[in-house]
Design a protein around this ligand. Structure first.
Ligand code: BG6
Length: 482
């Protein structure tokens, strides 16, 4: 029996602020991501209120997709992509977020991409907001913790549904919406204004300061997302609109019941808090106690309740990179992801940024989420960040990346055998791009190398890596030949 359904959506994913560059070209306004200076594994990214001419802001040039999009789409086509997940930069369409009229040049930029995708037999999957918002909305309105921002987003989403009717059928409202539960994600998504010079660091539990503000912002995003789902369906019945969750697999460190309890609660908060609202249309039962104990009082109207109940998503999508460990023990060995810190798992190997590699965790996660929701699932991010070496003959032999993908694709095949309805897979950063967590270009995920590094050297030329040919074969054989 074939491992994957015959219409399985194989592909890859990028995000505008990490990939497009051209941050102030053709009418684009600054976004929250454009105010972030680059860092590295030991140096947190830093936010500046105004652009410092002597600092390096990686999103300003990204991988210069803005001027390489035709070439890049040809590479995706050569690999046999069935789907390409990309995000639209909100501030390319509405430069300030509260503008009355959209920026036509921005709309046309994406239209030509979607048209070309269809010529190449590639289905676009569009993230409406991927870790950015027009900067003006955070500065003038305080970001997502202000109810007014719901209407600005809904107007933006409606504009996209109307403009790209017939060109785009797959949509995600917010990237990793559950990362609003962490301060880093909250800033990126435009939820919170920050102090000038603030450093963006992972937060251990999501229970850091400004909880009230972050959960209020999250609530407004839920309402905005549910409204967008309704409008998207009304504009085109063929639209399939999903949620997008940062998938977290956690294991208890010991068999002590307290460790298991803590793990289950972390799982609830991270994976099911947002999933329940967006898939089931209401907050989960454990939310009430969490709000009470943390003194969070939401502005939550009856109209909101109805909107959430009606605007549920058609499919559940998520990112999956690694897994973590929960324990009540203090002083354990720590490992950090880009937004979370966890205890180190002695049974797993880690990449250079401290992310555990755990393909079986992906199978467990797929089973767990499918068991709860029983709607189609899509893995929309998965990949290995690594330093790649360009050999003297120009080749890049990224066997470590091939091994990572092989193991994760096998895990997905097993989950499908387990009965999970998995409809697609888009690897992260299919063409090298800037890291969200560290702002590095040298943390590479792509099948295609982009000649640009953290010293800002390189001409942005593209070069397929060994994994490019491997993924092409994997897609051509529908996941049989890995
Ligand atoms: C996800 C984000 O959290 O992880 C992406 O949706 C991000 O935007 C990806 O790039 C990988 O993280 P990083 O920090 O290695 O870029």
């Amino acid at each position: 029996m074939a491992k994957f359904p015959k219409d399985f959506l194989w592909g890859g994913a990028t995000a505008a602020n990490q990939y497009e560059g051209a941050w102030n070209v053709d009418g684009k306004g600054p976004s929250t991501a454009d105010m972030l200076i680059g860092g590295d594994v030991n140096t947190p990214r830093r936010f500046t209120k105004t652009i410092d001419p002597n600092a390096y802001y990686p999103s300003h040039q990204g991988s210069d997709f803005y001027h390489h999009w035709e070439e890049d789409l040809n590479y995706l086509h050569e690999m046999g992509f069935k789907v390409y997940r990309l995000s639209i930069a909100w501030s390319r369409i509405f430069p300030n977020g509260d503008d009355i009229e959209p920026n036509r040049k921005g709309l046309e930029f994406y239209r030509q991409i979607f048209k070309r995708c269809h010529e190449l037999g590639i289905e676009p999957l569009v993230t409406i907001s991927h870790y950015e918002a027009p900067y003006h909305l955070t500065e003038a309105y305080g970001g997502w913790a202000n109810r007014k921002v719901i209407d600005f987003f809904v107007n933006y989403a409606q504009t996209l549904f109307r403009e790209y009717r017939g060109l785009v059928h797959y949509w995600l409202t917010f990237n990793e919406i559950n990362m609003l539960q962490a301060p880093f994600g909250a800033y990126m998504a435009g939820a919170l204004p920050l102090e000038d010079g603030a450093e963006l660091k992972p937060d251990t539990s999501g229970a850091g300061d400004r909880l009230q503000e972050r959960y209020q912002a999250l609530h407004y995003q839920f309402v905005a997302s549910a409204k967008a789902v309704q409008i998207g369906h009304a504009i085109d019945l063929h639209n399939e609109i999903g949620c997008m969750i940062a998938g977290g697999m956690d294991y208890p460190l010991t068999a002590r019941p307290e460790d298991t309890f803590k793990t289950d609660m972390a799982d609830n908060m991270r994976n099911f808090f947002c999933g329940d609202v967006q898939v089931r249309g209401e907050y989960p039962p454990f939310a009430k106690r969490f709000f009470e104990e943390n003194n969070i009082k939401l502005d939550f109207t009856d109209a909101d309740r109805q909107i959430l109940a009606i605007g549920t998503v058609d499919f559940y999508s998520f990112s999956y990179y690694s897994s973590g460990v929960e324990t009540t023990e203090k002083n354990t060995d720590k490992a950090a992801g880009n937004q979370t810190v966890s205890t180190r798992n002695p049974y797993l190997k880690y990449n250079d940024w401290g992310w555990a590699m755990d393909p079986l965790g992906l199978r467990t996660y797929l089973n767990r989420v499918y068991g709860r929701y029983q709607i189609p699932l899509m893995v929309v991010e998965n990949g290995l960040g690594a330093f790649d070496k360009v050999e003297a003959d120009g080749s890049i032999n990224d066997d470590y990346r091939i091994d990572y993908y092989q193991a994760h694709i096998n895990a997905m095949a097993e989950a499908i055998k387990d009965g999970v309805d998995l409809i697609g897979y888009t690897t992260w950063g299919c063409i090298d791009l800037v890291s969200a967590g560290t702002g590095q270009m040298d943390k590479r995920y792509g099948f295609v190398y982009v000649n640009r590094n953290d010293k800002q050297e390189g001409d942005f030329s593209r070069h397929p890596k060994k994994s490019f040919y491997w993924y092409k074969k994997a897609i051509a054989s529908n996941g049989e030949d890995l």
